[in-house]
Design a protein. Sequence first.
Length: 135
Amino acid sequence: MVIQMGGKGNADPGIRSTWNPFKRQMLVSVLSGFLIRVQFFGTEEYREWIIKAGLLPVRAELIPKDMTHQTRESFAGWIRTTWHPYLQRIPTDLHTVFIESLINQYLFLYPADEEGIIYVGMVRLEVEAKRCQTL
C-alpha cells in the first residue's frame, strides 16, 4: 500500500501566519469556537497507526513541495476550494473580503517572485506499508 496526503507542517507557516489578523478583526465572532477538523500528522503517528492496522511500515516520509500559483486569481481559487470550512462560517457577503485580506497578508509576508508566481510551501506525507507475513 502506498498513500500520499498532506503531512505535518503542510502550508505552514505561510497560511497559518495569515490567520492572525482575522483573530483581531470582525471575523472573530463568526469563527469563535470553530474547531479545525483537518490535521496534518507526521511519520511517527502514521507508523503507529499502520502497525495498529496490522500492516508492516516500510516507509513514512515527509516531502517538502512548493505549490505554485501563476496568478492572484489562481491563489484565490485555491483558498475558495480548500478553505471552505472557514468560508461556510463566514457570511457570504464577506467571502471576497476574507479571501482578499488573506491573500494580501500572505503576499506581504511571502511576496510573489519577479514573474508574479506565488509559492506556498507544502509538505506531503508518503506512507508505504505491506501486509504482515504470517507463519
